[in-house]
Structure formats: structure tokens, C-alpha cells
Ligand binder design. Structure first.
Ligand code: GTB
Length: 217
């Protein structure tokens, strides 16, 4: 069955891989699944045809026959549930990998998203400059806790899982702010994720899509 995902027609990051189609591309590459990408403009995102598949008018979405999904976490879970190597077979280890997916999306990502809001969406508000350091400190607090849990382990819980895929994708968004590099063990963890061949393919594909450069370099 052909898989089609949606992505920004041109990502505002110019191909740095920070938009959420990259994490979906990554899980599809880990699973060895070919996929098509349908570009969506900011205007088209809010029009009925796209709203019919994504009620919030965003990317990414995932279509596979009659199945239509939105929410990057749900898409990653769907793919990981059906293909070996992304969720452990052992029931308890599987539950923990899913727990880490939720932790990435529900606990680590929210303060990171606040940084984008305060810098860009609210950047011209008089209180933005006072709020920015508070938001940065909230991210540092979370990353400190995560770093303490990771310790010197390679991945969050044994072998690489969809939990790591989500967490690395989330942490990548802290790199432009410089905060990721304040936590060397997390920076190394993210680098291990980025070094995975599937990530490399996903990154190259989104870069090519956003810049017109060839995907294989
Ligand atoms: N919870 C949803 C999910 O995980 O799928 C969130 C989806 C979402 O926020 N999508 C964003 C979107 O469609 C793109 S990824 N925004 C358009 C809109 O809401 O109108 C967020 C994003 C955008 C741009 C960058 N960047 O340029 O660096 C990074 C991340």
C-alpha cells in the first residue's frame, strides 16, 4: 500500500530538518518503507481539502489506503507498532518505550515549543524579553532531568526504540538556541540518533525537498 505524507511546501527552516515531517520520514526510513511526500503551502493547509485530513490545518499527515492519520506521535507509533526494530517484543520494555515517546511529546517538547512562541510569535510584545530567560531556564530544567536519567547510557532504555526517535527529534529543536550543547551527554545522544543511516536518509530527503538539492548529496 502506498504511503503518502505531507510536508511544508518550503519549510521555514530552509531544510534544517526541524519541521515534524522529518521525524515521520525518519520512522519510515527505520522501517524501510517507501513513501511519497505531498507538499502543502501555508494557504492550502487551512483550506477544506487539507482540513479534511488534518482538523488543525497542519503537517505532517499520513495516508495509507483508507487510513488517514495526523499527529507525528500517532504516525510514529502506527509505523513502529507494525514494523520490527522500533518497539521491543518484551511487553514491559515495549510499555517503557511508549512511555518515552509520551515523555518526549508531553513533557520535554512543551517548554521547547514555548521558546519558539516567545521568540517569534510573541517577539514584539513588551514582555517578551523578560519571558525569554524564564522559558530558557524551564528547558534547562527539563534537559537537566533527562540528562540525569540518561546518564552514560547509549539510549533511554536498552536498545534504540521509537522512544529515542521521538526524544532525539524533540531535542534537536533545542540546538539552534545553544541549550542542547549545555548538556554534553544529551548532545552526544542526539548525535547518535543523527548518525543512524535512517536519520541520514530522512534528513537528506527533507533537505532535497526544501532546497531542490539531490537527496544523495
Ligand atoms: N502536534 C502536532 C504533531 O506532532 O504533528 C503538531 C504539528 C505542527 O505543529 N505542525 C507544524 C505546522 O503545520 C509544522 S512542524 N505549522 C503550521 C501551522 O500550524 O499553521 C512545527 C515547525 C515549524 C517550523 C519549524 N522551523 O521552521 O524550524 C520547526 C517546526
Amino acid at each position: 500500500m502506498t504511503i503518502t505524507i505531507t510536508a511544508f511546501e518550503r519549510s521555514p527552516d530552509g531544510g534544517k530538518g526541524l519541521a515534524r515531517d522529518t521525524r515521520v520520514r525518519w520512522v519510515l526510513e527505520e522501517a524501510g518503507l517507501p513513501y511519497n511526500v505531498r507538499p502543502v503551502s501555508f494557504t492550502a493547509m487551512k483550506e477544506p481539502a487539507h482540513l479534511a485530513i488534518h482538523p488543525f490545518g497542519q503537517i505532517p499527515t499520513y495516508e495509507e489506503g483508507d487510513l488517514v492519520l495526523f499527529e507525528s506521535g500517532a504516525i510514529i507509533f502506527h509505523v513502529a507498532s507494525r514494523h520490527a526494530g522500533l518497539l521491543p517484543d518484551d511487553a514491559d520494555a515495549r510499555a517503557r518505550a511508549i512511555m518515552w515517546m509520551f515523555a518526549g511529546l508531553n513533557t520535554v517538547e512543551p517548554p521547547i515549543l514555548e521558546l519558539v512562541t516567545v521568540k517569534f510569535t510573541e517577539g514584539d510584545k513588551p514582555w517578551a524579553k523578560d519571558r525569554l530567560p524564564l522559558v530558557r531556564d524551564r528547558i534547562r530544567h527539563r534537559l537537566g532531568q533527562l540528562s540525569a536519567r540518561l546518564g552514560d547510557a547509549t539510549w533511554l532504555d536498552g536498545a534504540f526504540s521509537a522512544g529515542d526517535l521521538v526524544m532525539v527529534s524533540v531535542l534537536l529543536r533545542t540546538r539552534p538556541s545553544g541549550i542542547l550543547d549545555e548538556f554534553p551527554s544529551l548532545a552526544a545522544y542526539v548525535a547518535r540518533g543523527e548518525a543512524r543511516p535512517a536519520y541520514q536518509r530522512a534528513f537528506a530527503a527533507q533537505l532535497a525537498f526544501n532546497t531542490g538539492a539531490p537527496a544523495n548529496g
